[in-house]
Design a protein around this ligand. Structure first.
Ligand code: SAM
Ligand code: SF4
Length: 334
């Protein structure tokens, strides 16, 4: 179905929980967010019911996210149910990877199509600084587990924050010897995200993708490496979304750039978001939400359908560079 601005909406991001085993500085405060109560969180069967209705407005792909989706009990069963659901062609997951060593095989067997793993640095000390409580080995083991379970593509998402001074080239090189698709994401003004210096999101911390591509190519040249080459043919990974993809010549994987700020893709936006507490959110950057949990609990599937229609209608044409949202990324579902 199309929204009020003629865009086909076929993708639903489903947040399974606001809880997480990390406390990333740009996503959550150090002491975590005020956790949602049990009754506030959608039950697994409620998520299934809402998704079933979503297929009737044309949703074909879903992504499970959070918080950390793998800490949610019942996630494998949910994947299995979604895999069997008529109308759903693709089920993907965004995770910090920590629980993949024990879950990747079951998730694959249940029908999960694709995995994105978040990792912002290859430096162990910096990893601890960013995640506040994490160890880099746990996420690296998660990446290995995803590859070993046969997921393809495996995408690695890295948020770039200028003051963190991440080593972008080291990161891009991950795509050379393994079929890994590294994607750099511009730091977004969601919630009162706390920057590396504790002062909150600031425009100066955003590294625009064009600048990042130049930095990577300059550093590659300094090491005698060839530059990144744009991909516009069949070499792009499945799940081609709002990223622009490049590749080092001969590399197994790719390097993508997602530019929600410097080159926003609002005109191609195809998504709606369902929060863990059952709010339907037409746009990441807008605090406008519809209470689909109440609709389901009080009015049943017909009321849920109406909620989806309203969300299509309410989707803004673009985010107009709005800075800040009431909820943090971990509460919306990144
Ligand atoms: N816990 C899972 C993970 O980290 O992959 C899933 C949820 S997390 C909120 C989803 C994605 O949002 C992660 O890749 C994370 O890096 C990204 N993210 C969180 N806060 C962000 C921000 N302010 N700007 C850009 N990306 C952000
Ligand atoms: Fe947790 Fe993911 Fe947010 Fe990090 S980015 S705190 S792993 S939800």
């Amino acid at each position: 179905m199309k929204d009020g601005h003629g865009r086909v909406i076929d993708y639903l991001r489903i947040s399974l929980t606001d809880r997480c085993n990390f406390r990333c500085i740009y996503c959550m405060p150090a002491d975590g967010v005020c956790m949602m109560g049990h009754d506030e969180i959608l039950r697994i069967e409620e998520i299934e019911a809402i998704t079933r209705v979503a297929t009737s407005i044309g949703i074909r792909s879903v992504r499970l996210t959070g918080g950390e989706p793998l800490v949610r009990k019942g996630v494998v069963d949910l994947v299995r149910a979604l895999h069997k659901m008529e109308g759903i062609d693709n089920i993907s997951l965004t995770t910090n990877g920590v629980l993949l060593p024990e879950m990747a095989g079951d998730l694959k067997e249940a029908g999960l199509s694709r995995v994105n793993i978040s990792l912002d640095t290859l430096d162990p000390a910096q990893f601890e600084f960013i995640t506040r409580v994490g160890k880099i080995e746990s996420t690296l083991k998660g990446i290995d587990a995803a590859l070993a379970a046969g997921f393809n593509p495996v995408k690695i998402n890295a948020v770039t924050v200028r003051s963190l001074k991440q080593d972008y080239l080291a990161f891009a090189k991950l795509s050379i010897d393994q079929p890994l698709h590294v994607r750099f994401i511009e730091y977004m003004p969601v919630g009162e995200s706390t920057g590396s210096d504790g002062s909150g999101w600031g425009k100066e911390d955003v590294v625009p993708s064009e600048e990042l591509i130049e930095i990577i190519n300059e550093r590659a040249a300094a090491e005698g490496m060839p530059a990144l080459e744009p991909i516009d043919g069949d070499g792009k990974p499945i799940g081609w979304g709002p990223a622009r993809y490049f590749q080092f010549p001969g590399a197994q994987g790719t390097v993508g750039f997602i530019s929600p700020l410097s080159r926003h893709f609002c005109s191609e936006c195809n998504r709606l978001r369902l929060t863990a507490d059952g709010k339907l959110r037409p746009c990441l950057f807008s605090d406008r939400e519809l209470d689909i949990r109440a609709a389901l609990r009080e009015g049943g599937e017909e009321a849920v359908y109406d909620c989806f229609l309203q969300a299509l209608d309410l989707k803004p044409d673009e985010h107009h560079d709005k800075v800040g949202t009431e909820r943090k990324m971990s509460q919306i579902g990144g």
